[in-house]
Design a binder for this molecule. Sequence first.
Ligand SMILES: C[S@@+](CC[C@H](N)C(=O)[O-])C[C@H]1O[C@@H](n2cnc3c(N)ncnc32)[C@H](O)[C@@H]1O
Ligand code: SF4
Ligand code: SF4
Length: 338
Amino acid sequence: MTNRSRIRLFIDQERKWGFPKTFRVGTKIVKSYFFDVPKTIIVEPTSVCNLNCTFCAPSKINLGRKSKFLNYKIFRKMIDDIKKDCWSILFTFCGEPFLNKDIYLMIRYANENGIFTSASSNMTVFKNLKIINNLIDSGLNHLTVSIDGITKKTYELHRVGGNFDLVVGNIRKVVNQKIKKKSITPFLDLQMVVTRQNIDEFAKFSDFAKKVGADGAYLKPLYIDKGMSEDYVKRLEKDLFIERAVTRYLKEGGETKIKKQTPCDFLDKLVISCDGDVFVCCMDYLGKYQFGNIGKENLLDIWRKKKYEKFREEIMKAKKLDICHECVTAISKTLYSK
Ligand SMILES: C[S@@+](CC[C@H](N)C(=O)[O-])C[C@H]1O[C@@H](n2cnc3c(N)ncnc32)[C@H](O)[C@@H]1O
Ligand code: SF4
Ligand code: SF4
C-alpha cells in the first residue's frame, strides 16, 4: 500500500464510520479496547472566527470561553499525556483554527509524536506564501477546506464575510507549493454542506475540485441546532434545508425530523476547548458536560475518571442528554477522491 492510499484510507475510515467501538454479543453490548483510551481528539485552537457563516451556530452565540486561544505549552503537555494511545487529532470545533498563530507548532508536535493530524479551515487566513509554507512544513496530513459553493455568489451566500477568489487562490497556492516541495500532504479535501442554495452546483463540484488541484470533494449534511433561536431554526428549515444528496432529516409537517438515530460516535473521542476544558462531544459547544481540564490534569486520568466512564456507558446504552436528541452521526458523501 502506498503512502497516499494509506492516508486516504485513514481519512475515509474516520469520516465515514469512526473506528469500531462496541460489539454486540446477542443482546449484550461489549465495550471494545478502543473504549479505554481516546483514539481521536478534537482540539479547538481558538473559538474566534473572522466569518459568520449562515448555518454556523457557534458563530452566533457567546460561547463563554475564558481564554480565546489554546495555550501551546498546555497542548504539548496533553500530547505527552496521550501520545502512546492517541491515533489522530482534528483541529476544528468552534472558530477558525488557523487564527491561533501557534497551530503550526501544535501540528508539528503532534506529528513528531506519531499522531495523524487533520484540520478544517475556511482558508481565508493564509495571507502570504510564508504562511502556506508553514502549513505544509508543519506536516499536517489532511486539510478540509470548507467552501460550500463553487461560484462567488453561492460561496458568499453561505460563507458570510468570506472571499471566494482569496480561497480559490489559497487552494491553488497550497497545491503549487506541495508540488514544489514534493509533498503529498496536506491532503486537500473540499467540502460543501448541502443546502437548497448550492444543490445545483453539486454536479460540477468534482470537476471544480480537480481543476483547482484538490485531492477530494465531498458533501456534508446540514445540521440544524434546535437549541438555537426560533429565527435561526426556521431560517435553516425554510431557506437552507433540502432532502437531497446527504441529509440527517426528513420533512414532516413543515418541520425537520431526525431520519434515523445512530449510536453515539464519541465513545472513543473527546473535545478540548480553547480553555483546555474536556467536553464530551462536538454537539456540546457550550461545554455543559465537562470532565476536567488538560492544564490541570493528565488527559488519560480525565478519560478514566469513574464518572466519565459511567457517563460513556450510559450514553452507549441510550442517548439521553438534552443535546443527544438531535444527534446523528454525520455520514458524508464522497464525490471524488484520489
Ligand atoms: C464550525 S467549523 C470550524 C472550522 C472552520 N472555521 C471551517 O469553517 O472549516 C467546522 C465545520 O462545521 C461546518 N458547519 C458549521 N455549521 C454547520 C451546520 N449547521 N451543519 C453542518 N456543518 C456545519 C463548517 O462548514 C465547517 O466545515
Ligand atoms: S468559518 Fe467555520 S467557524 Fe467560522 S463561521 Fe464559518 S463555519 Fe463557523
Ligand atoms: S450528542 Fe449525545 S449521542 Fe451525540 S455525540 Fe454527543 S453524547 Fe454522543
